[in-house]
Design a protein around this ligand. Structure first.
Ligand code: CP
Length: 328
């Protein structure tokens, strides 16, 4: 499934009042729309204790997790988020569903809707699958993209934006470097759109040419092939996972050489500002894209990212549900 433009994807995910009714991509959303997600997430976090508070906004609603691809962080934090909002949560075991007996995806969706689904949270290996599902469901169901192929991972991008705003400050003052396998990364794509829209001072990517998208020069990002130049004085360093499962050909010389050139080690991190924060969406390949001492070190906010994922997913679930109700 291919959506030809940001405008088309955004049109599908917004209601007549320009509010979210699905959340499929950060691309094409306005600064006000992204900021609303961040501010709503912030509202769930106790300002003194940092504890994420419960809220009954989805009481009586049913959230169904449809994960066609493996996940630890995203699936679990969506479940925690939905429960904290008072929803009933069903994790559909796709491998044991009737799609394995030949039922079409469309039929499966309509049956799940008949079981009173209000929100589908969808992860799929094919780019565009959540868009397709959003185009098939009735107006009573919201669809949240939990990561599709190489295309987008919008809730990961927004939890990363919340982490940056809380730990590094205002976007307009920040230089942000994204390191590693940009080409296969839905996270990088969604982060770049969000950082651009939120007004980041400078967005850099650090990668070998083979791990950059072919159309990358059009995006207005600064590209570096050497860590010491790309990391110089940055405020935020985001290491990406090497996506072995998405490599269609040998684009890397090998994990050892990648680590030597692009691994985020203590020595290389010294090129960034001393106050720089270190992020990684997970799952981490220690000793491939990041050194253990950096991942677990004082500049790392990697587990904060996971924790903020609950608040951001609570925000997205509640905003999309409200957007559905407003359009009825
Ligand atoms: N960051 C992320 O999407 O992790 P999972 O694959 O574990 O959900």
């Amino acid at each position: 499934m291919h959506f030809s433009s940001a405008h088309e994807a955004s049109r599908l995910q917004l209601n007549a009042q320009n509010r979210l009714r699905h959340f499929l991509t950060t691309e094409g959303l306005s600064r006000a729309q992204l900021t609303e997600i961040l501010d709503t997430a912030e509202g769930f976090i106790d300002p003194v204790s940092g504890v994420i508070r419960n809220s009954p906004l989805l009481a009586g609603r049913t959230v169904m997790n449809l994960f066609f691809e493996a996940s630890t962080r995203t699936r679990t934090t969506f479940e925690v988020a939905a429960k904290r909002l008072g929803a009933d949560v069903l994790n559909i075991d796709i491998s044991k569903s009737s799609t394995s007996k030949g039922e079409t995806l469309r039929d499966m969706l309509w049956n799940l809707e008949a079981m009173t689904a209000d929100i589908f949270v969808v992860r799929h290996g094919d780019s565009g699958a959540p868009h397709f599902i959003a185009s098939q469901v009735t107006s009573k169901v919201a669809v949240i993209n939990a990561g599709d192929g190489r295309h987008a991972h919008p809730t990961q991008a927004m939890l990363d934006m919340l982490t940056i705003r809380r730990h590094a400050g205002a976007f307009e003052n920040l230089s942000v470097a994204i390191i590693g396998d940009i080409r296969h990364s839905r996270v990088a794509r969604s982060e770049i759109h969000a950082l651009q829209t939120l007004g980041a001072k400078e967005i850099r990517v650090i990668a070998p040419r083979t791990l950059l998208p072919r159309d990358f020069d059009n995006l207005g990002i600064k590209v570096f092939e050497r860590m010491e130049e790309g990391l110089a004085d940055v405020d935020v360093a985001i290491a990406l996972r090497i996506q072995n499962e998405r490599m269609e050909s040998a684009l890397l010389p090998g994990a050892d050489e990648f680590y030597t050139l692009y691994g985020l080690t203590r020595d290389k991190l010294k090129y960034a500002k001393p106050t720089a924060i270190v992020m990684h969406p997970g799952p981490i390949n220690r000793g491939v894209e990041i050194e253990s001492e950096v991942a677990d070190g004082p500049q790392s906010v990697i587990l904060k990212q996971v924790n903020y994922g609950i608040a951001v997913r609570m925000a997205v679930l509640s905003l999309a549900m409200q957007g559905q109700l407003d359009q009825r």
